[in-house]
Design a protein around this ligand. Structure first.
Ligand code: SAM
Length: 289
């Protein structure tokens, strides 16, 4: 039975192990059973699933996941949490804890090893300082994924859903639109965590599209174009693409590609829709032989 998830139990464990929270690891532990249940339900975890949990903390959500899933692989960076997890998860035989940095783990290999390469579910109360690289890495790395259900900073959840014209529009919004259908499951106030974060939080579910909403011949190139455009938001699209060390295109080629979109040459990258980035990318692919 899941025993964690209430404040008393969490405090008891923290005191017993004299655990010191590390701000640099974004440690805010969940202490609200309703929120935990909502996350599990939104992810649609069943006993057929292999779930990857990023940052199990003291194992609160891990216990819930283990009770619903076939297996859980939990990757935790903080070595001080490992002895705690050994205690809190000792009754579960379907959990593997890996002490590593999720940004250094080969998740494709993990999926192969623990789920025979079939799609996994990712469920996490994410460390907020690395939300974007984690989500971009999961999508762009081609990890077989069914859905990603994660707690993120409220503004980041909103950023994932905006289009051109918003100051929050960026590479993350475009990656989410290209790869997934985004749904905000719940807003979660700071008092649902120990210690309380200084920002509001939200649970968002990203369900991977069966077919992307736009046709792109080389998605890696499209995301290089997107990154180049948003790295220099204040510059025109032309200059952003010219200045990018990731892109091999000549000035004239870039000008022709932008012209092919039928937009003004002075346009900024942040004004382009996903479809326009797809067209731009396809233009380069088709005109480079
Ligand atoms: N899942 C727990 C909960 O809900 O109570 C803890 C969530 S806490 C917001 C984020 C967790 O991610 C912490 O346990 C932290 O140590 C861990 N973490 C931070 N950076 C990490 C990284 N690069 N790789 C793996 N885990 C990380």
């Amino acid at each position: 039975m899941a025993t964690l998830g209430n404040p008393q139990k969490t405090i008891e464990i923290i005191q017993k192990y004299e655990f010191a929270f590390q701000k640099k690891f974004g440690q805010n532990f969940l202490i609200d059973t309703h929120v935990l249940e909502k996350i599990i339900a939104a992810a649609g975890v069943t006993e057929d699933d292999c779930v990857l949990e990023i940052g199990p903390g003291i194992g609160t959500m891990t216990q819930y996941l283990a009770e619903h899933a076939r297996s859980v692989v939990a990757v935790e960076i903080d070595k001080n949490l490992i002895p705690i997890l050994q205690e809190t998860l000792k009754e579960y035989e379907n959990i593997t804890v890996i002490n590593d940095d999720i940004l250094k783990v080969d998740i494709n290999k993990l999926t192969e090893e623990y789920n025979g390469g079939r799609p996994i579910k990712v469920v996490a109360n994410l460390p907020y300082y690395i939300t974007t690289p984690i989500i971009m890495g999961l999508f762009e790395g081609g990890v077989p994924i069914d859905n990603i259900t994660v707690m993120v900073q409220k503004e980041v959840a909103e950023r994932m859903q905006v289009g051109p014209g918003s100051k929050d529009y960026g590479a993350l919004s475009l990656a989410v639109q290209y790869y997934a259908d985004a749904y905000i499951v719940a807003n979660v106030p700071p008092n649902c965590f120990i210690p309380r974060p200084g920002v509001g939080s939200a649970v968002i579910r990203l369900t991977r599209h069966k077919e992307p909403p736009v046709e792109v011949e080389d998605p890696k190139l499209m995301f290089k174009l997107i990154r180049a455009s948003f790295n220099q938001r204040r510059k025109t699209l032309q200059n952003g693409l010219n200045n990018s060390p990731e892109l091999p295109f000549a000035k004239d080629e870039i000008a022709d590609a932008i012209k092919s979109l039928g937009v003004t040459p002075q346009i900024r990258g942040e004004a382009l829709t996903l479809k326009q980035f797809a067209d731009l990318s396809n233009y380069f692919t088709r005109n480079r032989g």
